[in-house]
Design a protein around this ligand. Structure first.
Ligand SMILES: Nc1ncnc2c1ncn2[C@@H]1O[C@H](COP(=O)(O)OP(=O)(O)OP(=O)(O)O)[C@@H](O)[C@H]1O
Ligand SMILES: [Mg+2]
Length: 320
């Protein structure tokens, strides 16, 4: 076992890893043999797979805003799926839907219009966070269309940018990670999300439009850092809906990586896959809908990277 900064690295056998992932041992051995599980090592004829987990003394909740003002880039999909991968490592995960479209709420099988209490009430009425428990192993603070009025109503409110952070203070002891799914805008709701967070995770599409939009996005992050939340860090950019087979996507990925590298790591692209859409119809993360989908392995890797960053550690830490 490796341990440092409250994190421990466990080495799982292929059987243990397969059982966590809900796939067969033979499949995991095949993946490892093909070099598709980063960090896997063969020892004494056995594959061992490294997995980061928080140590028992690790308690402070980390908050991650999933943010991009561009619509439809994969914010909600990423928040839901990463949340699942964190939870499957034993982290207590809270998802916060900060989007009046309430896609995350719907992706988890709730009917937004039927909800009487949502994140809106916590922000506007200081009623405490309404929490729906154990949806695919995670807890959710839902949203619905009423949140659309919040930006207007908060205009003259005291400490409006700090409202979500304050609401989250009440539940810090109960969770390891909170993921805040921001709406596709640079408006007040997104600012509330960024002001409440320790980290910002940015899904980007490998399209030319994404290439143009990131400057504006990073200026907003810088503004929040300067005015409201000096500790905000960019934990990474995740290219989403990546079509490896097209020259256009490969070119844009290369250009984006060059453009963004100085602002944060550009993580492994999540491939374009119809199963993401199909999984949402069944209100499931991809790993539950189709555990053998190659994108699940990418999400595992992304979760592993982010956990390392959350707990101040990256791969290849000093052995204790
Ligand atoms: N890697 C992917 N491959 C294929 N489809 C995807 C992928 N990621 C997300 N999608 C689909 O793209 C659509 C938009 O994704 P999602 O809702 O996560 O984006 P978003 O950034 O949250 O959108 P919004 O800006 O409206 O909040 C959804 O239908 C989702 O299922
Ligand atoms: Mg969304």
């Amino acid at each position: 076992m490796w341990q440092s900064g409250g994190m421990r690295r466990l080495w799982l056998t292929t059987e243990e890893y397969a059982s966590r992932r809900g796939v067969s041992d033979a499949y995991v051995r095949r993946l490892a043999g093909a070099g598709q599980i980063p960090g896997a090592e063969k020892r004494g004829g056995q594959w061992l797979i490294p997995v980061l987990e928080p140590g028992p003394e690790e308690t402070a909740m980390r908050t991650i805003a999933v943010f991009n003002q561009a619509g439809g880039v994969g914010k909600t999909t990423l928040a839901l799926n990463l949340g699942y991968h964190f939870a499957s490592r034993g982290l207590k995960v809270l998802l916060v839907d900060l989007d009046p479209q309430a896609t995350l709420t719907a992706f988890l099988g709730l009917v937004p219009a039927d909800l009487e209490v949502t994140v809106y009430d916590a922000l506007l009425r200081r009623g405490g966070l309404p929490i729906h428990r154990n949806l695919a192993g995670m807890d959710l603070v839902p949203s619905n269309i009423l949140l659309a009025g919040a930006e207007q109503e908060l205009v003259s409110a005291l400490n409006r940018e700090g409202r979500l952070r304050k609401a989250l203070d009440e539940v810090r002891a109960a969770y390891d990670v909170a993921l805040v799914d921001c709406p596709p805008s640079l408006g007040l709701l997104a600012i509330l999300g960024l002001a409440a967070s320790d980290f910002v995770l940015v899904p980007v599409q490998t399209h030319f439009k994404a290439y143009l939009g990131t400057d504006q996005l990073l200026r907003t992050v810088d503004g929040v850092r300067q005015e409201l939340n000096p500790n905000l860090k960019v934990v990474g950019f995740v290219p989403m809906q990546y079509a490896k087979g097209t020259q256009h996507d490969r070119d844009v990925l290369e250009a984006l990586t060059a453009q963004l590298a100085e602002r944060g790591p550009v993580l492994t692209p999540v491939p374009q896959a119809a199963d993401f859409k199909k999984a949402t119809v069944e209100a499931k993360p991809l790993a539950l809908f189709n555990p053998r989908h190659p994108a699940v392995q990418v999400l595992e890797e992304t979760a592993e990277h982010i956990m390392g960053a959350l707990y101040g550690q990256s791969r290849g830490e000093v052995r204790s």
